[in-house]
Design a protein around this ligand. Sequence first.
Ligand code: ADP
Ligand code: MG
Length: 319
Amino acid sequence: MTEIQIDSLVSTNFFFKNQADFLRGKVRDVYFLGEDDVVLIATDRISAFDHVLPNAIPYKGQVLNQIASKFLDDTRHIVPNWKLAEPDPHATAGYKCTPYPVEFVVRGYLAGHAWREYSSGKREVCGVSLPEGLNQNDKLPTPILTPTTKAESGHDLDISYDEIITQKLIKKGELSKLKAYALALFEYGTQHADKQGLILVDTKYEFGKRNNEITLIDEIHTPDSSRYFYAEGYQDRQSAGEEQRQLSKEFVRQWLISEGFQGKEGQQIPEMSNEMVKSVSDRYIELFERITGEKFLKREYINIEQNIEDAINSYLASS
Ligand SMILES: Nc1ncnc2c1ncn2[C@@H]1O[C@H](COP(=O)(O)OP(=O)(O)O)[C@@H](O)[C@H]1O
Ligand SMILES: [Mg+2]
């Protein structure tokens, strides 16, 4: 049997000039520089059910970084965002912001968590009421916001607007601005997806504050933060009660479930074969090309860590 040689960027351990803090997220390595700057490196780690999987996926970091980077550029007219530059295919540099403790989930369709709540009988999610008679993956009458609190560990929790205000997480005036921003971004994402023959099902935004200005942070409209369906045949599949064709990491979740892993305590995270890693990597590249409509240009993996460090250092020296 021939072994497929697979290179990936699992983690980084850089030390930049003025480095003030470092945070290892599930997927991103976050470098805080001085008072005002941050560099996010999207590694090739993959997470599912709030767990980092044992295998990394070649090019996944590049896919995520470049999708987010493109959409940050394309939505600047809607809301100011944190991005300043993309010094490397795996890295984005920009303003450090103080994150709001709430994530803004927007849903145009009844899928995932919202569907599970609905099918268990609930007709209200995060204070938003839903009509009777909806099926899984049906289009909602209008996009809804279902915010969650950022849990330090484990699963995020649903929260309503009233609770956000009574728990003093966000001021009323700011919350209404954030709602309007999240919905406007979702409208943009929906129209862009439509041009690509896709449906933006749901997505998650994070906002922060910088110099007292509301700023979009983190990633946007990536397959890690969003669910997409193929538009073609959507209605036929709904009418026939069939599953939708997803363009997201749902296929990884399905594989994990088939291997007996749903993120529950005591369950063993399965390892992927090299063939599986390669096919997940190919799927991510397919996602990139479908979502952006652009050709994916594979980066070089030889000396990848040194190259990323050099690229960021030369960006920092010139900025
Ligand atoms: N501009 C920014 N300023 C400060 N923090 C940010 C900014 N952009 C993203 N972040 C934070 O960086 C982290 C990104 O790493 P990620 O792997 O997504 O972490 P997580 O495991 O929390 O999802 C998140 O905690 C996110 O809130
Ligand atoms: Mg994240």
